[in-house]
Write a protein that binds this ligand. Structure first.
Ligand SMILES: [Zn+2]
Ligand SMILES: [Zn+2]
Length: 177
C-alpha cells in the first residue's frame, strides 16, 4: 500500500464485525515539519452499522529536528500506538465538529485516512525536542556545546542582575551621564 486510500467495497458488503488489516509505508505530506522517510504502520478497518471503524496501529515516522538545548540536528521518532476513528456512510445531520467527521467515499468505495493520520501526528508532536535526556546544552556564557567539551566558564554564584556583569557595566555607564 503506497497511499492512504483503501478500497472497502467488499467490506461494505460483509456483515458487521468483519475486518481487514493493511500495512502502509507512504510519503505522507506534512507541510509543517521536515520528515525523514516514510510514515509506516497498520490500518485495521472493521464493518460497523454506521459504516466503518478504523484503527491505525503502530504508526511511526522520523522527524528531522533540532535539540532545544544544544541545537544539534537529530532524527526523532514519533510513535502512535493506536488511534481510532469512525468513517460514516452518511454525513450526520448534526455534527459537533465538522473536522471530526470522516466519510466513506461512496462513489469510489474507498476511505482516505490521510487526514486522520495527519491529526494524530499533530497530537503526538513533541512540544520540546531534546536530543537526549542527558543533554547538557550550550554554555550560556561562551556558547560551547557542553556535551562535546567542558568550557572554562565558571557557574555564576549569583544569578541576579547585580551579579550580571554586562548589565552592571551598562548601569555604570548610565550613572555617569
Ligand atoms: Zn541536545
Ligand atoms: Zn562556557
Amino acid at each position: 500500500m503506497d497511499k492512504l486510500i483503501f478500497k472497502i467495497s467488499h467490506l461494505l458488503e460483509s456483515p458487521t464485525g468483519n475486518s481487514e488489516i493493511y500495512s502502509f509505508d507512504v510519503p505522507l505530506d506534512l507541510e509543517f515539519v521536515e520528515k525523514k522517510g516514510n510514515v509506516t504502520g497498520k490500518i485495521e478497518i472493521m464493518r460497523i452499522d454506521e459504516g466503518l471503524n478504523v484503527v491505525a496501529k503502530d504508526v511511526e515516522l522520523n522527524l528531522k529536528t533540532n535539540c532545544a538545548k544544544c541545537l544539534k540536528a537529530f532524527s526523532q521518532k514519533i510513535k502512535i500506538t493506536s488511534a481510532e476513528r469512525q468513517f460514516e456512510l452518511n454525513p450526520p445531520e448534526k455534527a459537533e465538529d465538522e473536522n471530526d467527521v470522516y466519510l466513506i467515499n461512496k462513489k469510489n468505495l474507498t476511505i482516505d485516512v490521510t487526514e486522520m493520520l495527519r491529526q494524530e501526528i499533530i497530537l503526538h508532536f513533541p512540544v520540546i525536542s531534546v536530543c537526549s535526556s542527558g543533554c547538557k546544552g550550550l554554555c550560556p556564557y561562551c556558547g560551547k556545546n557542553k556535551n562535546l567539551a567542558k568550557c572554562t566558564c565558571s557557574e555564576p554564584i549569583e544569578a541576579d542582575f547585580e551579579g550580571n556583569k554586562p548589565l552592571k557595566a551598562l548601569k555604570e555607564f548610565f550613572n555617569k551621564k
